[in-house]
Ligand binder design. Structure first.
Ligand SMILES: *[C@@H]1O[C@H](CO)[C@@H](O)[C@H](O)[C@H]1NC(C)=O
Ligand SMILES: *[C@@H]1O[C@H](CO)[C@@H](O)[C@H](O)[C@H]1NC(C)=O
Length: 247
């Protein structure tokens, strides 16, 4: 190989690396993360476990945490400001991402090679986890992650401008369990409360991260809100009935 050619190859490799860095963008990796120990909450695999995933999330692909951006199709979806399609359909977008359209029935996006649908009760705390993808570092501004959820179950996904009026939480993007030396695979996350007025039913939920001004990435899932169980213990023989009501 000539010296000039070698230089070119090195330059091309450096460029490819820069592009790969620039394209390292995030997505919701788990949408029902539960901590193992409430006194030691964190986002690393040793700190918790996932119980719910976004639509059509390829759980059986065995891709290591934070690597689905190198999968085909990419998991990260960057909205195109021309249309701001709420959830990736695999076609629209600056970076189209993987298909996260609402399925009919909704359950078609879950089970088998996909993850389980998230569920909870009104008032429950839900936690979401995402990979830092080199953007939870000091010199980057934290514009936040917005969680949107409609006030009642919808028959189709709301448009982005409507979801903007349905924000139920703003999370810090940089709330991470740092892995020293690996700002790409560092796991991050945040928790929000299912609003206490949400009636039982299946709701769409959107995770929307602003990386740069008006540069947005989204992940979408369905959340089955179960009826809050009125915890009225069954009366046990010998227990005075009025103990149940606390009177
Ligand atoms: C994680 O690293 C970032 C900088 O990369 C720093 O701002 C943040 O405080 C660190 N978080 C923890 C919990 O150490
Ligand atoms: C930040 O992460 C910690 C776990 O490391 C979690 O306990 C906490 O709830 C998170 N904060 C927010 C605002 O979501």
């Amino acid at each position: 190989m000539s010296a000039v050619r070698t230089k070119f190859v090195i330059l091309a490799a450096a460029l490819a690396f820069l592009v790969a860095m620039a394209e390292a963008h995030s997505w919701a990796d788990c949408v029902d993360w539960r901590f193992k120990d409430p006194k030691k909450e964190g986002w690393s695999t040793k700190d918790g476990e996932c119980f719910g995933w976004a639509r059509k999330f390829p759980v059986t692909s065995k891709t290591p945490f934070g690597d689905l951006d190198s999968a085909s199709p990419n998991r990260h979806y960057q909205q195109n400001p021309k249309d701001f399609t709420s959830c990736s359909d695999g076609k629209h977008g600056r970076e189209p991402g993987a298909d996260e359209t609402r399925q009919n029935p909704i359950s078609k996006a879950y089970g088998g090679r996909y993850g389980t649908m998230a569920s909870g009760k009104a008032g429950d705390m839900m936690c979401v986890r995402w990979p830092a993808k080199n953007h939870a570092v000091k010199n980057e501004k934290d514009r936040g992650v917005f969680i949107s959820m409609p006030p009642s179950p919808t028959t189709s996904d709301p448009k982005q401008k409507d979801l903007d009026d349905m924000v139920i939480a703003k999370l810090s993007y940089k709330n991470c369990s740092n892995i020293s030396g690996d700002t790409d695979h560092t796991p991050c996350g945040g928790c929000f409360k299912i609003p206490s007025d949400r009636k039982p039913g299946t709701y769409m939920v959107q995770w929307r991260w602003e990386l740069n001004d008006n540069e947005w990435y989204t992940s979408c899932w369905d959340l089955k809100v179960d009826a809050a169980t009125k915890t009225k213990p069954k009366s046990k023989a010998g227990c005075p009935a009025n103990l149940e009501t606390g009177l």
